[in-house]
Design a protein around this ligand. Sequence first.
Ligand code: NVA
Length: 312
Amino acid sequence: MSGGSNPKDFISIADWPRDAIERMLARAHELKELRKRRECFRSLEGRSILLYFEKPSLRTLVSFEVGVAELGAHPVYLPPTQVKIGERESLEDVARNLSRWCHAIVARTYEHQLVLDLAREGTVPVINALTDYLHPCQAMADALTVAEFGDRGRDRVVYVGDGNNVAHSLIHIAGRLGMRLTVCTPRDYRPDPRVLSWGAEMARREGGDLRLESDPQTAVKDAAFVYTDVWTSMGQEAEAEERRRVFASYQVNMSLLSAAPSDVRILHCGPAHRGEEITAEVLESPRSLVVDQAENRLHAQKAILEALLAGA
Ligand code: NVA
């Protein structure tokens, strides 16, 4: 985010004040309840929202498109096969043109800098729908899920796997909301040290707790939630074999869960690779919340859109 108390975009949860995040999460919960009663809240009637996705997407693309429509706005999907930003036209020209027609831009890109540049050059809010560095909308859905199935202020979330975009945004939201988080990765795959030191500082300030571990068995001992993500993120395919080797002992399987409390719940942002970072047995077990977590993307993103566009 750039722009203080009147944010123009939603680049990183790290820049949002705690009360703004809590308000969005409360609204997400409310929107979820309204939807159960088939009451759609058309708060963004007449707006158009641009969806630019360079990387593949199931959950993010569909939940944004459905969410935009349910809020009474119009989604415009722009695939990179039509316009690859920076190739057919400069980023500046694309951002300025889009800002004249659309009320917000939702962008999933390889390079994080591209989303920052869109926000700088455009005049409408830019929502990060995943970059190589961050996945903030996922983290909002994660916080919503933890509150729904546990106690967000007390329960420990233990993230096991790669210190990637999902881990970064999880550290951001846990820091802001004073959550208890353990990040367990191989030593060479830890999250960005800048994100870790920010997370540690925020934990001190907001009453949370951020731990760094490298042994999964130790990490999950006091887990209320065990969270994992793919070992090979989009764009890292050439490293897949090496990563399978490095992360082999980080698989979330029944043996690892036997070291965790018996009522531990399982989170995964998807897409899940059964037999790699998580076994089918764990994914399909009653402990798994992954489909609830995916549903919450919809409610969280609707709340984000409303927060950014109400009154715009
Ligand atoms: N870390 C994964 C998340 C996918 C939603 C990736 O970037 O591919």
